[in-house]
Write a protein that binds this ligand. Sequence first.
Ligand code: FEO
Length: 405
Amino acid sequence: MKAIEIKPGIYWVGVIDWAVRDFHGYVTPNGTTYNNYLAIDDQITLFDTVKHDFSEITVDNIKSLVDPSKIKNIVINHIENDHVSSIGDIMHLTPNATIYITNKGKKGLERFFDTSKWDIKVVKTGDTLSIGKKTLLFLETPMLHWPDSMMTYIKEDRLLISQDAFGQHYASAARFDDEFMNCFSVNELDDAIKDYYANILMPFGTLIKNKIAEVQKLGLEIDMIAPDHGIIWRKDPSKIINMYLDMANGKAEPKVVIIYDTMWRSTEQMTVPLMQGIRDEGVEVIVVKLRANPVSFAVKEFWKARGCLIGSPTLNNSIFPTVAEFLVYLKGLKPKNRIAGAFGSYGWGGGAVRDIYEDIKKMGLQTVEPGIQVNYKPSAEDQKLCYEFGRNFANKMKEYHAKFE
Ligand code: FEO
């Protein structure tokens, strides 16, 4: 896709990765984009690069606008490889450019590249750079997404170049929110935002709230947000800010997700009366089998729902491996404001349900106990108990959810 002017003199020069399905282990069913931007001013300035596999494409996009050797400044908002790994190719074309980056970014960049001949200037929150008619204001955003991260605000255009924050992994020919909604739907966009937030930014809710408050305190007027992934917010940037504030505050839908795996279908059979019990309490419920879905999908569904039931058969006195993988991944994401319970089948000693509770309690989730276990295969009586457990869990979820309304 060719360069696109997003503001007068500022161009998207990124690439669309239609094919990526594994983003460092996180499944991206809709691909992604690596967005970077070029400002044509007295000092031509590039904001971020792209994943190295695509460096030729971004260079061609730049060449369609200017000779890359004329780039004077390169702002590196984030040093993760999907954004910085083409910097070597870019510096080869414009070796005298000056790089603007945070202190932690500089240290990381030095680990990834031989920077000994590069002119690197460290910037911090509040520093500005005039590039001609436009003025850049740098805002450090540590841990959104890495310690090095920052955003760049262009005052004259009221444009926030936000790197990972406010992005989505979604490859589409639409570059802007309004274009996307004309081609797809708001639900698809919302789902992509929640997927991205759940899998990447869930641990950083407090930081996100503080950073948004800081930006508001600075009185920055924002009429466009241009992230490094997905669509650019030009029609309604307040939508993504409000969604981030909601998610940072732990907003969830009053529904239940049942996430499970199974060996000989006994634990799977338990999901049917559990689901029915939840449903009969008027609560929306969905069921996610881990061996049939990527763990990142399960985490997204976990994040969307206020309540989660986690099911595992006992294997070697503990949790089935796919369920254990889900729990390890979830623990790292530091989930908050969710209620959970556990269920599963066992043959002799049991252990899976016990160990799931141990894990979810360590995460600080609200729990409904005891969980429910069945020996070998759910009998008719077990199925009634599962149904009642589902009803009880749905009611506990409703009570818990009310605290957030
Ligand atoms: Fe899109 Fe943290 O990189």
